[in-house]
Write a protein that binds this ligand. Structure first.
Ligand SMILES: *Cc1c(COP(=O)(O)O)cnc(C)c1O
Length: 251
């Protein structure tokens, strides 16, 4: 069994156990496999093992990889080895093409690339970026699915809006025509302390509940990575973003 296959199995098992422990259905948590620094061939391998959602942190790398993955899948499909859209092997082949989630900091000179090529952006922390993404989203594509990144650790260096700025940013984003605001994302301060992990995730969950009680309809909490996905799922994560625990250490 390859590293990718073992990693995917192990992470799927961790997600299922954490969900069960929290009294949640395992399929209420979506796994975004974070492939930054890994080549397109690794994405194609994971896709062949049933993984559909992939996460990238650098716009240029993401766009090049998306094109490379599409070319590899088309080649495999035309040779009959690997149908892109139909399930040959129901246990493995995913329904539909890979879906791409951008999870890194968004620079304004990269918004067009993202608007044209990804399905989700998790890391919006200012209105200007959201406006550009909406303006630049091609009309023939579905609305770009977005999350607001919130700084739940009160660290100066981390991206994200301060919690008390989330509401006004959310209200402004909801008014943009080509974006669909799905929820909140956080990258908490890394800590081995499980209680501290949970309290940071709980903070994001409460913020989402608050926005929904003020009339929003947000269904996404993007939180939890290789080292803290259990705590995130216990606090209601609907998307976990996992790299190293699947693919091994990045170089
Ligand atoms: C790299 C990255 C991840 C994945 O981190 P791992 O520790 O490899 O699981 C998740 N979220 C964001 C925003 C990242 O940049």
């Amino acid at each position: 069994m390859s590293i990718t296959e073992m990693g995917l199995q192990a992470v799927r098992r961790r997600i299922a156990l954490a969900a069960e422990g929290a009294g949640r259905r395992p399929d209420s948590v979506e796994l975004v496999a974070v492939t930054k620094t890994f080549p397109a061939t690794v994405v194609v391998e994971a896709y062949g093992l049933g993984q559909v959602a992939f996460g990238e942190s650098y716009a240029q790398e993401a766009v090049e990889k998306i094109a490379a993955v599409r070319a590899l899948l088309e080649r495999a499909s035309s040779s009959g080895a690997y149908p892109v859209n139909s399930a040959v092997n129901a246990s493995a082949a995913p329904a539909g093409p890979p879906r791409w989630h951008f999870i890194g900091p968004v620079q304004s000179n990269k918004t067009r690339l993202l608007a044209e090529h990804v399905d989700w952006v998790h890391s919006i922390d200012r209105l200007k970026i959201a406006q550009r993404l909406s303006d630049q989203r091609p009309a023939q594509l579905p609305e770009l699915q977005v999350c607001i990144q919130v700084n739940v650790s009160a660290e100066g260096s981390k991206g994200g809006v301060q919690p008390d700025g989330a509401r006004s940013l959310a209200e402004a984003i909801v008014a943009l025509p080509h974006l669909r605001l799905r929820g909140l994302m956080a990258i908490p301060e890394p800590t081995p302390d499980g209680e501290r992990q949970r309290s940071q995730f709980a903070h994001l969950r409460k913020l989402l509940t608050q926005l929904n009680s003020q009339g929003m309809r947000l269904d996404t909490l993007s939180m939890g990575m290789s080292d803290d996905l259990e705590a995130a799922i216990a606090e209601g994560a609907t998307i976990v973003r996992v790299g190293r625990a699947i693919f091994g250490e990045r170089v």
